[in-house]
Design a protein around this ligand. Sequence first.
Ligand SMILES: *[C@@H]1O[C@H](CO)[C@@H](O)[C@H](O)[C@H]1NC(C)=O
Ligand SMILES: *[C@@H]1O[C@H](CO)[C@@H](O)[C@H](O)[C@H]1NC(C)=O
Ligand SMILES: *[C@@H]1O[C@H](CO)[C@@H](O)[C@H](O)[C@H]1NC(C)=O
Ligand SMILES: *[C@@H]1O[C@H](CO)[C@@H](O)[C@H](O)[C@H]1NC(C)=O
Ligand SMILES: *[C@@H]1O[C@H](CO)[C@@H](O)[C@H](O)[C@H]1NC(C)=O
Ligand SMILES: *[C@@H]1O[C@H](CO)[C@@H](O)[C@H](O)[C@H]1NC(C)=O
Ligand SMILES: *[C@@H]1O[C@H](CO)[C@@H](O)[C@H](O)[C@H]1NC(C)=O
Ligand SMILES: *[C@@H]1O[C@H](CO)[C@@H](O)[C@H](O)[C@H]1NC(C)=O
Length: 321
Amino acid sequence: MLSLIFLSLLGSAFSGPVDFQYANVTDYQHYRLNDDVTPSFYDVRLFFDPNSASGFNGDVSMRLIVNNNTSRILLHAMAMQIQSVQLFADGSQTNLATNYTLSTDETHFLEIVSSVNLTVGSLYVLNIAYVGTYATNMFGVYISTYQYMGQTQNLIASQLQPTFARRAFPCFDEPRFKAIFRTTIYAPAQYPTVRSNMPIRATPLKPEVQGYVKHEFEDTPIMSSYLLAYLVSNFTYVSNEGQQNASYRIPFRIYSRPGTEDTAQFALDFGQRNMVALETYTNITYDLPKFDKAAIPDFAAGAMENWGLVLYRYVKFWNVF
Ligand SMILES: *[C@@H]1O[C@H](CO)[C@@H](O)[C@H](O)[C@H]1NC(C)=O
Ligand SMILES: *[C@@H]1O[C@H](CO)[C@@H](O)[C@H](O)[C@H]1NC(C)=O
Ligand SMILES: *[C@@H]1O[C@H](CO)[C@@H](O)[C@H](O)[C@H]1NC(C)=O
Ligand SMILES: *[C@@H]1O[C@H](CO)[C@@H](O)[C@H](O)[C@H]1NC(C)=O
Ligand SMILES: *[C@@H]1O[C@H](CO)[C@@H](O)[C@H](O)[C@H]1NC(C)=O
Ligand SMILES: *[C@@H]1O[C@H](CO)[C@@H](O)[C@H](O)[C@H]1NC(C)=O
Ligand SMILES: *[C@@H]1O[C@H](CO)[C@@H](O)[C@H](O)[C@H]1NC(C)=O
Ligand SMILES: *[C@@H]1O[C@H](CO)[C@@H](O)[C@H](O)[C@H]1NC(C)=O
């Protein structure tokens, strides 16, 4: 996060989950997951309605690899109600999950128990349906507001670093458990601007759901959960599309609330220059097919480097660029 430094300068307004106490490292082992079962692929559906603060529905289907003899799968889930858990050996229709426990302590462990020992080297599919809650401290998925023409407008944004992907969907929420993430967001039609790390998928896979517009995104590269990001809004954008060249080759968009397009144009220009400068400096080319930045009215950090969808605190965005 650009700005743990800002946070310490800004003090109490941003204390809370980010205010870590790394006093005794030996105490942290019991927060860690094991390597017995590890994820390779997640297929996540999220039903996000900025007008409905009560919570959101979601489901995830993950592919798991078994590395060790075990009948217990340990992963993370936080601030959600689990509705169903199903575990299948690849290709089988037999649900192996017998029970599960979602801890209420700070480990956020979700433990799933299988009726049989899982076979080392085999593939399993774990399906979980749940009802999530929007965060009220801006860590996790949350509802943010801004004023537009005298009216309060809502939007949904996310801040999943360091440990809040587990609030969006059950997952192995440590950076080392890298996997491919497929995301589908269902949102009401009044909020047409729905973005995530990857571009919209050209060939849709998921069913339509009554009352929602479906936004399906391409699969991510193999990555850590904390870098995922979501935006559901009626923001507008400015873009370099149609004006790309050899150095400004990535489709680049700046999303912000309606009426701020002039300033967004400035951010677009400098955003691209920064990207090219960093590519030259690091000798590493930007590897995703698109680059979005969005200015969020309430945002806990100064900015968050989510791959493909960088989110800024509104005031920082306009100050910095
Ligand atoms: C750190 O935690 C360990 C294990 O709980 C404990 O034995 C030890 O006294 C703690 N050290 C300090 C400096 O608090
Ligand atoms: C397998 O599980 C056992 C018992 O929990 C543990 O001692 C061992 O380290 C694990 N092996 C691997 C490769 O994770
Ligand atoms: C799992 O258990 C089987 C039989 O109990 C054993 O042959 C095998 O070595 C074990 N695998 C691991 C990774 O511990
Ligand atoms: C699962 O069920 C078994 C048998 O009822 C019980 O012993 C065990 O504690 C349960 N485990 C969890 C994680 O709920
Ligand atoms: C799973 O394997 C362990 C050790 O290999 C064994 O003690 C246990 O009984 C097995 N559990 C089941 C449900 O087969
Ligand atoms: C979306 O933005 C428009 C202005 O572009 C505004 O009139 C409208 O009320 C907004 N709707 C919602 C649901 O935020
Ligand atoms: C690409 O376009 C930008 C913006 O118009 C310009 O500053 C830059 O020099 C161009 N680069 C190349 C290699 O044409
Ligand atoms: C930059 O990366 C390329 C390709 O990996 C490599 O061939 C080249 O030597 C690197 N240049 C520098 C200055 O490190």
